[in-house]
Design a binder for this molecule. Structure first.
Ligand code: SF4
Length: 357
């Protein structure tokens, strides 16, 4: 794929409405939808544009996508256009076994559920609603009964770092095809949540790498781009390559480096197009401009795809072509989306030379 022309994955935040009240919510979701949410016909037209762009995967996110009455229509339309479709329903009473069956019948390729702690008490406190953990456990069983591939999403921060071993043990028991581990970016309500330090990122990378070598599912890291540097360093040290998991499950991982605006694009519930949901800088609205034009030609998107523009350690790092750091975290913490990623502990070789001269 040429990421200057085609995103690998498109995230459409179908609504900001949600009945959970998660401590870290990027979207600062609340029970009522924002005025001006994209309509069903605008949504199907957007899916047509996504398919015409050649994107591999479209994820209908939220908020809670189940708060939209037309979710099944949107999934069916995306499938008719040849997209691999995923969605992330919130674990609320709206999520029932009938709903999981309907999602499967509509052609959904993969359902993701959020799981942030290994115990009900801690998870429910984080998600803001009692019963959320139990609903995830129940829904996992429904997904298996419907033969719907299941993904779990976990947001890692200083709040749940001590529970990582418990989470690893739990996710291995839930029969998933994909575990997506998000490293907290301080945006939205997440700006009040303590993030991991650079050295804590390295400790977590070690555990995820070990898991990835034995788990029968994909372990995908999001907003921890330097995991790619970590994996390459480990591969070199061990003289071996990790097994490819790209073909495992209906929604695999990109064989190329995906980053904000570089293989990844986000569309908000009211049509604003951003490089990522964690980098909330709009380059335009699909109500006024074609998605292809915004993704391919917007100056911000072009800058984000050019590793020569990176600054600080990322700018002189020998790993920048496979990493490039989290542009979203750089923006959230420094106000400059091209700045070095402050969550990375690595000191590029060229800076060693400067330090010793
Ligand atoms: S310095 Fe930047 S490019 Fe290099 S590994 Fe760290 S985050 Fe990645």
């Amino acid at each position: 794929m040429d990421f200057s022309q085609t995103p690998f994955i498109v995230i459409w935040e179908t609504t900001q409405a949600c009945d959970l009240a998660c401590v870290h919510c990027r979207a600062e979701a609340q029970p009522a939808a924002l005025p001006g949410e994209l309509t069903t016909s605008e949504g199907t037209a957007l899916l047509d544009q996504i398919a015409d762009l050649g994107a591999a995967i479209c994820v209908l996110s939220g908020g809670d996508p189940l708060k939209r009455q037309d979710l099944l229509t949107l999934i069916r339309h995306g499938k008719q256009r040849g997209l691999r479709m995923g969605t992330i329903p919130a674990a609320t009473p709206r999520l029932t076994e009938d709903v999981v069956r309907d999602l499967t019948a509509a052609g959904l390729d993969q359902m993701a559920l959020s799981l942030d702690f290994s115990t009900a008490e801690a998870h429910d406190r984080f998600r803001g609603v009692a019963g959320a953990f139990a609903k995830v456990m129940e829904a996992a069983g429904w997904a298996h009964r419907a033969s719907l591939p299941l993904q779990l999403n976990t947001v890692l921060s200083a709040m749940n770092l001590n529970d990582l071993e418990g989470l690893i043990a739990l996710v291995q028991r839930l029969g998933i095809v994909f575990w997506e581990v998000f490293f907290l970016v301080p945006v939205g309500r997440g700006s009040a949540v303590p993030a991991l330090t650079a050295s804590q990122h390295e400790e977590v990378f070690a555990k995820l790498y070990e898991l990835s070598r034995r788990a029968p599912f994909i372990v995908k890291v999001t907003e921890g781009m330097h995991y790619r540097r970590y994996v390459l360093q480990r591969q070199c040290a061990e003289g071996m390559a990790p097994p490819s998991k790209n073909g495992h499950g209906p929604i695999g991982i990109s064989p190329q480096v995906v980053n904000a605006g570089k293989g990844h694009v986000f569309i908000s519930s009211v049509g604003e197009v951003c490089p990522s949901g964690f980098l909330p800088l709009s380059v335009g609205n699909i109500r006024r401009s074609p998605l292809a034009q915004l993704y391919r030609e917007a100056p911000l998107m072009r800058q984000l795809r050019d590793p020569a523009l990176l600054k600080g350690r990322c700018g002189c790092c020998e790993f920048r072509m496979i990493c490039g750091g989290s542009r979203a975290r750089a923006y959230a913490l420094t106000g400059d989306y091209l700045a070095e990623d402050p969550s990375c502990a690595y000191v590029p070789t060229s800076l060693h030379a400067v330090a010793s001269s």
